[in-house]
Ligand binder design. Structure first.
Ligand code: FEO
Length: 395
C-alpha cells in the first residue's frame, strides 16, 4: 500500500503491527518503518525498511514506478530498521545509485557487501536536483540517532524526511496527524523520545536549531505518523523533552521481596501525595523499563527502593537503574534511596551509588531498616516523600 503525502511525494513504508521488542524497548503498539518516494524527472526513494518487510516495500515502490526507473536510494540512517532492506533494494532497483554521507557509507560497509553498489557520497548541505521541481538537500544530524544520521529536505515542497526524529513506535492504519488518535500518538512520541533519543539532548538541540531555520510544511519521520497538519505540536514537545523538563511529579520505583520495601515505597508516595503533586508508584515486577523511563523523563524527583538480595540490590532494580543511568532522564534531579534488609544493608546503598552516578541530589540520607519497617521508619519515608514533593512543586 502507498499513500500520497503531497504532490509527487509518497509514503511507501510498512506497518509492523506485531513487534513488541525493539532492542529492549517494549513497543506495545507496534511500529512502522516509513520510507518515501519522490517523483521528479528522476525518481528517488528515501530510506528502506526492516529486512522482513523488504518485499512489501519494493512492491509499494513498484506500484508507483517500474523498478528500473528508481535513480536514487537515499539512506539517511544505517540502523537496520531502515537499512536492512538495502541489499534487496539495490538488487531490484538495478539502475539506482545509493546516496548517503561518508560516515553512513563506512557503516553500511560494515553491515553489508556494498562493493557492487553505485554510491554517491553527499556532504552536509549538498543538493541533488531530480528535475521536475524536486531538489533534495541533505543535512547531517549526528547522534540523532547514530553518528551517520542525516535528514533529507525537498526544497520546493518544504518537506523534511526527519528520520528517527519526531517518530513514534506506533502501528496504525492512519498515516497523517490530521487523521490519527493524537492522544495515543503523543504518548508514543514521548515514550519513543525517552527510550531512543533522550541521551542525545544536545545533538537534538543542535539539529532543531539548524532545521528550525527551514520552512517546514510537512515533516515525515521514519516511524509512526507524518506531521502534515500541526508539526508545532511535536516540535514544542521536543523543546521540553530535550532538556528532560521536570513537571510537578515524583516517581517512586521499587522492588520488594516480603513487602517491607513496598511498605516504605508506599509511605514515600503517601508523603509526596500530601503536597498534591503527581505521584507515580511503580513496582518493577509490574512495570517494564520502557515505562519507567517514560515517567522519568519529566519527573522532578525520584525515589528508589530495593531490599538486599545476595549482598546487593535486586537484579531487577539493577537493570532499571542501569537503563536510567544510560539514558540520563533523572540526572541532576532530586532523589531518595531506601530499602529493607535481613543481615546486610547493601541493596539500598548500591541503589544510592547508582543515583550518585546520575548526579542526583539526595533530599535525605539513604534509609534502611531491618526486616520490617517500624512506624518511625515509615514516618521518615513519608517525610522524604514530602521533601521530594517540595522540589516537584517548584517545577
Ligand atoms: Fe529507527 Fe535509529 O532507527
Amino acid at each position: 500500500m502507498t499513500k500520497q503525502v503531497t504532490d509527487g511525494i509518497f509514503w511507501v513504508g510498512c506497518v509492523d503491527w506485531s513487534v513488541r521488542d525493539f532492542h529492549g524497548y517494549q513497543t506495545k503498539r507496534g511500529s512502522t518503518y516509513n520510507a518515501y518516494l519522490v517523483k521528479g524527472e528522476k525518481i528517488a526513494v528515501i530510506d528502506t525498511v526492516k529486512a522482513p518487510f523488504a518485499a512489501d516495500y519494493i512492491a509499494n515502490v513498484m506500484q508507483l514506478v517500474p523498478a528500473d526507473q528508481v535513480a536514487y536510494v537515499v539512506c539517511n540512517h544505517a540502523e537496520p530498521d531502515h537499512a536492512s532492506a538495502l541489499p534487496m533494494a539495490m538488487t531490484v532497483f538495478r539502475n539506482a545509485t545509493l546516496v548517503c554521507n561518508a560516515k553512513c557509507k563506512e557503516e553500511l560497509g560494515l553491515y553489508f557487501e556494498i562493493s557492487g553498489w553505485k554510491i554517491q557520497v553527499v556532504a552536509d548541505g549538498e543538493t541533488l536536483a531530480l528535475g521536475g521541481g524536486k531538489t533534495l538537500q541533505f543535512f547531517n544530524t549526528p547522534m540523532v540517532h547514530w553518528p551517520e544520521s542525516m535528514v533529507t529536505y525537498v526544497q520546493e515542497d518544504a518537506v523534511l524526511f526527519s528520520m528517527d526524529a519526531f517518530g513514534q513506535h506506533y502501528a496504525c492504519s492512519e498515516r497523517f496527524d490530521e487523521d490519527a488518535n493524537m492522544a495515543e500518538v503523543m504518548q508514543e512520541a514521548k515514550t519513543y523520545y525517552a527510550n531512543i533519543v533522550a541521551l542525545y539532548g544536545a545533538p537534538v538541540k543542535a539539529a532543531l536549531n539548524r532545521l528550525g531555520k527551514l520552512k517546514l510544511n510537512i515533516v515525515c519521520p521514519s516511524h509512526g505518523i507524518i506531521w502534515r497538519k500541526d508539526f508545532s505540536r511535536i516540535l514544542n514537545a521536543y523543546l521540553d523533552w530535550m532538556v528532560c523538563k521536570p513537571t510537578k511529579k515524583v516517581l517512586v520505583i521499587y522492588c520488594t521481596m516480603w513487602h517491607s520495601t513496598e511498605m516504605m515505597a508506599k509511605a514515600v508516595a503517601a508523603g509526596a501525595e500530601e503536597l498534591g503533586v503527581d505521584v507515580k508508584l511503580m513496582d518493577l515486577a509490574a512495570f517494564h523499563d520502557t515505562r519507567v523511563v517514560d515517567e522519568a523523563l519529566d519527573c522532578a524527583a525520584i525515589a528508589v527502593g530495593t531490599p538486599t538480595l545476595n549482598i546487593g540490590l535486586m537484579p531487577r532494580m539493577a537493570a532499571a537503574l542501569t537503563y536510567l543511568r544510560g539514558l540520563k532522564p533523572v540526572n541532576g534531579k532530586a532523589s531518595f534511596a531506601f530499602g529493607s534488609y535481613g543481615w546486610a544493608s547493601k541493596g539500598a546503598e548500591e541503589a544510592a551509588a547508582y543515583l550518585e552516578q546520575m548526579h542526583t541530589v539526595p533530599v535525605a540520607p539513604t534509609l534502611t531498616c531491618r526486616f520490617k519497617p517500624t512506624s518511625e521508619v515509615l514516618a521518615s519515608c513519608r517525610e522524604a516523600g514530602r521533601k521530594l514533593a517540595e522540589v516537584a512543586l517548584k517545577a
